[in-house]
Design a protein around this ligand. Structure first.
Ligand SMILES: Cc1cc2nc3c(=O)[nH]c(=O)nc-3n(C[C@H](O)[C@H](O)[C@H](O)COP(=O)(O)OP(=O)(O)OC[C@H]3O[C@@H](n4cnc5c(N)ncnc54)[C@H](O)[C@@H]3O)c2cc1C
Length: 430
């Protein structure tokens, strides 16, 4: 009889969450990761000049992520800067939700209040936005049937100008998919849990002040090691095979048996591991295939002189090539290009040059400084209407899935990854 032990394959935020949950429940766990360190898409890049793998912004709604951090002894509020939701762009538009911490029970008024004093938005647009969110709340943010965000916004009576300047950039930031293609249902879920939520702090923005690996992956690795978890980095699992009372895992380290397995790999890595399993039933009715369409994210880090700064740490760019700017302090400004778009065929030099000019109109910087260009072609799955999600319980006994693509209520996010990891662990437990 095989000793009870669980392999978690994939050490991104989903795999980390699963490993912590299982360890807390007293299970014997091995966490197996192909890369040299944990963190998956959300970590400091191995070997690159002290830079994160793209900008990660958390929202106050990421409750399970914060709980996970606390569980391993971290204090989220000291690792991130919390700001009330503020949308500021390069044309002077400014919508900031007030901090009503001293006024309990009025959380639901924050959006209406913020809109009423917003700059660069017509009275009509303010009224229609507030009215629409109220209507969505009454409908519990349900969108039936699912369609694109663009059509949904047009049907809701939002003006083309306000969509272009506010809702569309927000959709791209949250879903990494342009509004013309993005799922209205998923965007509605994001609004439900953030701008439309009555829960204190849910719409806040949290900007990491430590590097991404220190936000969770490295402290989690230390916590797991202390609690007896065997962490194997640089170890890519090649094959899974069901055996009498569990699973055999084949990796460069050899073959090893476990009683249960959680596969917490990214969706593009899943088919190769599942295709050789007996009776593979990846058909839409029983076990839908993972998402096969992806959206890129390019991040260009500009290393300006130390004094160069944005007026606010997070700014939207309207009418240019770039979409968001993040001020990382000490002159480091990250420009983000999300989702498929006109920027893709351009050369890196042309993109950087154009972004530097857009930054210059805000900061006054003339000289294009040295920059680092990072491109993640498959940054996230494309959040398309009607996307089917893989169930976390697979047709193969003892094999479970985790990953941002499994968590149906969210687009590809850290919170979706964490929630899926926790759920996979619970399914795994007796
Ligand atoms: C540039 C960028 C910006 C982003 N911005 C945000 C943001 O602002 N806010 C937000 O919430 N989210 C953001 N995201 C999304 C977020 O990073 C992901 O949703 C999350 O990290 C996914 O975690 P995961 O554990 O599901 O998958 P992954 O991070 O992909 O982890 C899967 C792991 O499995 C490993 N693996 C794969 N195959 C094998 C194998 N055969 N054997 C062993 N290991 C294997 C991989 O190496 C990887 O470490 C962003 C993503 C990118 C790329």
């Amino acid at each position: 009889m095989l000793e009870r032990s669980i392999a978690v394959i994939g050490g991104g935020w989903a795999g980390i969450a699963a490993a912590v949950e299982l360890t807390g429940a007293g299970e014997k766990v091995a966490l197996i990761e192909a890369a040299p360190s944990l963190g998956g898409r959300a970590k400091r890049i191995d070997g690159k000049a002290e830079l994160d793998n793209g900008q990660h912004i958390l929202s106050g709604a990421y409750r399970e992520t914060f709980a996970l951090m606390c569980r391993i002894g971290l204090c989220p509020e000291t690792l991130m800067r919390r700001l009330p939701f503020t949308f500021l762009n390069n044309t002077g538009m400014r919508l900031a939700l007030p901090n009503l911490a001293g006024f309990p029970g009025v959380e639901t008024l924050r959006l209406a209040w913020g809109l009423s004093v917003a700059r660069g938005i017509s009275l009509k647009d303010k009224w229609q936005a507030a009215h629409w969110i109220r209507r969505l709340k009454r409908q519990e943010f349900r969108v039936e049937p699912d369609g694109t965000v663009s059509l949904w916004l047009a049907d809701s009576g939002q003006s083309a100008q306000f969509c272009h300047r506010f809702w569309e950039p927000l959709c791209l930031a949250a879903l990494n998919t342009p509004a013309q293609k993005a799922s209205a249902r998923l965007f509605a879920y994001v609004l439900r849990d953030t701008l439309g939520s009555g829960e204190k702090g849910s719409s806040d923005l949290l900007l990491p002040t430590v590097n991404l690996s220190e936000l969770l992956p490295n402290p989690a690795a230390r916590w797991l090691t202390r609690h007896g978890v065997s962490i194997r980095t640089g170890c890519r699992v090649r094959r899974l095979r069901p055996i009498a009372d569990g699973w055999e895992i084949e990796s460069p380290a050899g073959r090893e048996n476990f009683s249960r397995v959680i596969l917490a790999v990214a969706p593009q890595h899943l088919p190769a591991l599942l295709e050789e399993l007996p009776g593979t039933t990846m058909d839409a009715a029983t076990f839908p295939a993972p998402p096969a369409a992806f959206s890129p994210i390019a991040t260009v880090y500009f290393h300006y002189p130390e004094a160069t700064a944005l007026p606010f740490p997070l700014m939207a760019l309207t009418g240019g090539l770039g979409q968001w700017l993040i001020d990382r302090g000490n002159g480091l400004i990250a420009a983000v290009l999300s989702g498929s778009g006109d920027w893709e065929p351009l050369s890196r030099e042309a993109i950087a040059d154009q972004l530097h000019q857009e930054i210059g109109t805000i900061t006054g910087a003339h000289e294009c400084p040295p920059y680092t260009f990072l491109l993640e072609k498959r940054a996230t799955f494309a959040a398309l209407p009607g996307l089917t999600r893989c169930p976390q319980q697979t047709p193969w006994p003892g094999l479970f899935l985790a990953g941002d693509y499994c968590w149906a209520d969210y687009p590809a996010t850290l919170e979706g990854a964490v929630r899926s990891g926790l759920e996979a662990a619970r399914l795994c437990l007796p």
